[in-house]
Design a protein around this ligand. Structure first.
Ligand code: C2E
Ligand code: CA
Ligand code: CA
Length: 267
């Protein structure tokens, strides 16, 4: 134990208490990043991304605070808020006729939230009080939800699937990727991680990896979404590989709800 460690611990505790406050003081906001059809360029849905509007530090990225929410257990409350708020916003988009049939809104679910005792009931409760179309909600989970208990994961996913929620496997290829999970889990979409898409133009092995993931996804009848597309050259390559959908700065950064509505109006 040294001063460096003491400082880190105290900074983490400070952050935790600030995050508690953030929830009650309504400092969290949701941003939306469109998902786009590679072939037609049409918006086919969006991913919801959490932001923290800190009173002094401004907009804070989830990469900085999600791990603290996870380790403190606060993710359960914040995650519930994210789902509820996303559904309410989705209802608003539907009411304004901006949300087409077949479009899906994807919400990130963290492992601790997913395996929480009340997760399925929380989702049921939320869905009772909103009016959104059948099959318009998607949950993005990483392979790490599976590690602890495969059977339980499958049960939870199957229950939610029967409620019209689809699943995307996020960050595919970065973790403990076991291809055998892919066969067993009721997922409809594979997300190719940003870290692989980033260098496909210059890096031969990343290119092979991305093409392989896309091909495998298609052979397993899964939709494939490539994330982190920043340039036309990457998009062209993904189109050549037969990738269905993409998201990334090339089309749009994650934006606040109002800006997202404008993107939908223009589309
Ligand atoms: P993720 O699910 O892999 O989300 C994709 C990240 O890539 C987002 O970062 C997004 O802003 C970023 N991104 C999108 N397009 C581009 C691009 O073209 N170039 C680059 N450089 N980056 C791009 P963000 O919003 O900072 O989120 C980071 C991570 O935080 C997410 O990674 C996700 O794991 C987590 N997260 C975000 N919102 C939530 C949430 O509501 N709940 C949970 N549990 N986790 C969340
Ligand atoms: Ca995601
Ligand atoms: Ca990712």
């Amino acid at each position: 134990f040294n001063t460096g460690m003491a400082e880190r611990v105290s900074r983490k505790l400070q952050l935790e208490s600030e995050l508690h406050l953030a929830l009650t003081e309504k400092q969290f906001v949701l941003f939306y990043q469109p998902k786009v059809d590679v072939a037609s360029g049409e918006i086919i849905g969006a991913e919801v991304l959490l932001r923290w509007q800190h009173p002094e530090r401004g907009l804070i990225s989830p990469a900085e605070f999600i791990p603290v929410l996870e380790s403190s257990g606060l993710i359960v409350d914040v995650g519930r808020w994210v789902i509820r708020e996303s559904c309410q916003n989705l209802q608003q988009l539907v009411e304004q006729e901006l949300w087409g049939g077949g479009m899906r809104l994807s919400v990130n679910i963290s492992p601790r939230q997913f395996s929480g005792q009340d997760f399925v009931n929380d989702v049921k409760n939320i869905l009772q009080y909103v009016d959104i179309p059948e099959n318009s909600l998607d949950f993005e989970v990483t392979e790490s939800v599976v590690i602890h208990n495969v059977e339980e994961t499958i049960t939870t996913m199957t229950t939610l699937t029967s409620m019209g929620i689809s699943f995307s496997l996020d960050d595919f290829g970065t973790g403990y990727s076991s291809i055998s999970y892919l066969k067993r889990l009721p997922v409809s979409t594979l997300k190719v991680d940003y870290s692989f898409v980033r260098d496909i133009v210059d890096d031969h092995s990343d290119r092979v990896l991305v093409e392989t993931i896309i091909t495998m996804g298609k052979l397993l009848n899964l939709d494939v979404v490539a994330e982190g597309v920043e340039e036309l050259a990457q998009l062209k390559m993904l189109a050549d590989f037969g990738c269905h959908y993409y998201q990334g700065f090339y089309f749009s950064r994650p934006v606040p709800l109002g800006d997202f509505m404008n993107l939908l109006i223009k589309a």
